[in-house]
Design a binder for this molecule. Structure first.
Ligand SMILES: C[S@@+](CC[C@H](N)C(=O)[O-])C[C@H]1O[C@@H](n2cnc3c(N)ncnc32)[C@H](O)[C@@H]1O
Length: 258
């Protein structure tokens, strides 16, 4: 992991979630306020989290378990299978966010070997696609999620919005101001850290909205919806005019397994 000031042009390689333990800890320390207020609630609504038909939720790329924990809070009785490729992320999740209704699992070779076909009521991947440099891997992820969802279940993918790169949001900046990015190109992300020190720098990958639509469609998802929610309650984020009220910080693409 490298850290850098916001004005530095990054030449780093992709964020290596499996090998660089400091990144997992830095991500866990990041206060995901805009995600909490705008992004994750929109994902939960899109999936029907909290409704009687959604009892088992897959959090694919669960990281330190923050989102899985919020699912348990939003849906009494729902069970979460929270899976990730990073042993350090799973260690943080199991240590800091254990929960009787969350089952943390290691993803090996891209496979959810611990889940049967048609066994899950809803699935999400938050900030996972932007961490994948290769398009074929995105297709593999979507196909594997499609396999384990029951017919009629929904899959929601949330990422930082490829249409709002360079904008300084309340707690992060996704991409550098004035730059445009090609599909798959490395893109610097800066996440604020507690205490106002140097931000955590991650190197994501730029995927345009069409990539999300194509990947979910090719996996067999139908009835796709694309959401770019804005902040509606201005008092929920700091500052007199949070950028999130004018520029959508997240892209959420949702599809249904037929
Ligand atoms: C930025 S974190 C997001 C964690 C969590 N979803 C959240 O929103 O707080 C990205 C996570 O995706 C995981 N990840 C990256 N590539 C992955 C892949 N190919 N399959 C599964 N997880 C992956 C990383 O290990 C990391 O935990």
């Amino acid at each position: 992991m490298t850290t850098t000031s916001a004005s530095t042009t990054s030449t780093s390689t992709s964020t290596h979630w499996q090998k660089t333990s400091g990144i997992a800890d830095g991500f866990d320390a990041y206060d995901d306020l805009p995600e909490r207020v705008i992004g994750y609630p929109a994902v939960f609504r899109a999936l029907g989290v909290g409704t009687p038909s959604v009892r088992t939720v897959l959090d694919y790329g669960c990281g330190p378990g923050k989102v899985a924990t919020r699912v348990t809070e939003a849906a009494a009785g729902a069970r979460v299978i929270a899976a990730d490729i990073s042993p350090r992320m799973l260690e943080i999740a199991r240590t800091r966010r254990p929960h009787p209704r969350i089952d943390y699992r290691q993803i090996d070779s891209g496979k959810l070997a611990f889940l049967d076909d048609d066994s899950v009521d809803a699935a999400m991947s938050c900030y996972v696609f932007i961490n994948v440099p290769e398009l074929p891997v995105l297709h593999e992820i979507a196909a594997e999620v499609h396999r384990v969802l029951r017919p009629g279940a929904r899959y929601a993918v949330l990422d930082t919005n490829p249409a709002t790169t360079g904008i300084r949001f309340s707690t992060f900046r996704n991409g550098e101001p004035g730059r445009t990015y090609a599909p798959g190109e490395r893109r610097q992300v800066l996440l604020d850290q507690p205490g106002g020190g140097e931000p955590l720098e991650l190197i994501d990958h730029h995927w345009p909205r069409e990539t999300y639509v194509d990947v979910l469609t090719e996996a067999g998802f139908t009835d796709l919806t694309v959401a770019e929610p804005l902040l509606t309650d201005l008092s929920a984020l700091p500052g007199a005019a949070p950028a999130e009220a004018a520029h959508p910080p997240f892209l959420i693409v949702t599809g249904v397994k037929k």
